[in-house]
Design a protein around this ligand. Structure first.
Ligand SMILES: Cc1ncc(COP(=O)(O)O)c(C=O)c1O
Length: 453
């Protein structure tokens, strides 16, 4: 039925307009106001009726099509899909992504998605076991899957030193509070992952940003801080650093480890992006296993909502010391999502997801580097974030304002900076819910912002 009377109920003030249009379609299907086969107004007619530009309506319809709500028929228009379900949970949740976080591109390949869904369904067979408490740090089968996953980073481990934790934040938090129980402070790079600030604050410890170059922390600065600030722990995110995308090369890793050994500094290696590059330098945990607490989150390689990270502790550390702290922080990793991760790793699906993230990241990065002059952006292969220098005449806040509503999440340099004045720069996330086409639109918009200054 032709629905020229239909108008979207745009009550989602926080959402970009095109997403609000898709959301309105989802809601109206759920409420029975739109039915399978309904012919939506033309983009032009709707734009005129509600006073928006045609591009926004087109993007809204495209987003609704991506969510499986409508289909575009060449020459005829846009129709509510015959098999669009009334509840549309995917649509209702799609817009809730926290865009301040760096996330991998959503899996888009329908075949891979259906394998993932089937695998999640098969985990449902484990109900009710997966709704029970499990020992903090995990059980053998999940630890074996974790050890298997870490072997992709050439890290060999055993069940004694491997802990299954509720994400990198929980693991880092538990490790830092264990290591700093008798005092001391934390050092980090002057530009690094902002999550460490909140963790340090939460456990009441001070954090010192150290002078850093493109290879990472300057070893001489670490040496000074060890003496001046009683640094007991060095926080490192050395592979595809967030936000700068750089990777600390092997020689700098060796120098850092030497200073840490000399001053009895323990290292927390947050290797959130460690499995993305094909040939990364060895982990600090391999160069100094006796000093390093290694944290491998699955957030960037399989999906943030699994809330899962494998933590490897040095052999000399009594595992119960860390598990007590892990227990205080989060009791355990969710057995339900752990069971999903274990199944994905055991069946090879995890490798397929990782391959899909790499391939999508490669395409998006190419779009970015093709569109914007390389002197303004730092990117790395298989890295789904980018660090962008903003022309001072424009300023980072203005660029962020201009990019609002596009599917390219921008975060200003401010929260990433520790002990230095934030530069005119921002971090772009090429991942998240958008499609390749939406990312291209956003990149074109960014390129045009840059070309006008
Ligand atoms: C370096 C780094 N560590 C940790 C995280 C968060 O990991 P998780 O979701 O497992 O807590 C992020 C997310 O952006 C990150 O960039």
């Amino acid at each position: 039925m032709r629905r020229n009377d239909w108008t979207p109920n745009l009550i989602y003030g926080e959402l970009p307009l095109f997403e609000a249009i898709a959301q309105a379609i989802a809601d109206d299907i759920a409420d029975g106001k739109l039915h399978a086969g309904d012919h939506l107004p033309t983009q032009r007619a709707l734009a005129k009726k509600i006073g928006m530009d045609v591009t926004t309506i087109a993007r809204g319809y495209t987003e609704a099509a991506r969510l499986g709500l409508v289909e575009a028929r060449v020459g005829s228009g846009t129709f509510v899909k015959v098999n669009s379900t009334s509840s549309q949970p995917a649509a209702q949740r799609a817009d809730l992504a926290d865009r301040s976080m760096n996330q991998p591109p959503d899996v888009q390949d329908p075949e891979l998605l259906s394998r993932m869904r089937a695998s999640v369904t098969s985990v449902a067979e484990l109900l009710p076991q997966v709704l029970r408490y499990l020992p903090t740090g995990g059980v053998d089968r999940d630890k074996a899957a974790g050890a298997d996953w870490l072997s992709r980073r050439s890290i060999m481990t055993d069940h004694h030193t491997l802990h299954v934790t509720a994400g990198a934040h929980a693991a880092v938090s538990a490790v830092l509070s264990t290591l700093l129980i008798h005092g001391g402070s934390i050092a980090c790079e002057s530009v690094t992952y902002p999550g460490i600030r909140g963790i340090a604050k939460n456990i009441g410890k001070s954090l010192h940003g150290l002078p850093t170059d493109s290879d990472g922390v300057l070893p001489s600065a670490l040496e000074d801080a060890a003496v001046k600030h009683h640094v007991r722990v060095l926080y490192q995110n050395p592979t595809l650093r967030n936000p700068t995308t750089e990777t600390v090369p092997l020689n700098r890793r060796i120098e850092i480890v030497e200073v840490a050994r000399k001053h009895g500094i323990m290292i927390v290696e947050d290797d959130a992006y460690g499995v993305l590059p094909v040939n990364p330098p060895p982990a600090l945990a391999m160069l100094a296993p006796e000093l390093t607490f290694y944290v491998a989150s699955l957030a960037k390689s399989l999906g943030p909502a699994l809330r899962l990270a494998y933590l490897l502790t040095p052999k000399a550390v009594e595992p119960t010391e860390v598990s007590e702290s892990l227990r205080a922080v989060s009791v355990m990793a969710s057995p339900l999502t752990t069971a999903i991760a274990t199944r994905w790793i055991e069946t090879g699906l995890a490798d397929a997801i990782l391959a899909s993230i790499r391939s999508e990241t490669r395409s998006r990065r190419k779009q970015l580097t093709d569109a914007i002059d390389s002197s303004e952006i730092t990117t790395a292969e298989f890295c789904f974030h980018a660090w962008v220098k903003v022309p001072p005449s424009l300023g980072r806040q203005r660029v962020m304002d201009l990019m609002r509503g596009y599917s390219l999440a921008t975060v200003a340099s401010d929260p990433f900076c520790f002990g230095i004045k934030p530069p005119e720069a921002l971090r772009l996330c090429l991942g998240g819910p958008g499609t390749l086409d939406q990312t291209r639109l956003a990149i074109d918009a960014l390129a045009s912002v840059f070309s006008h200054c």
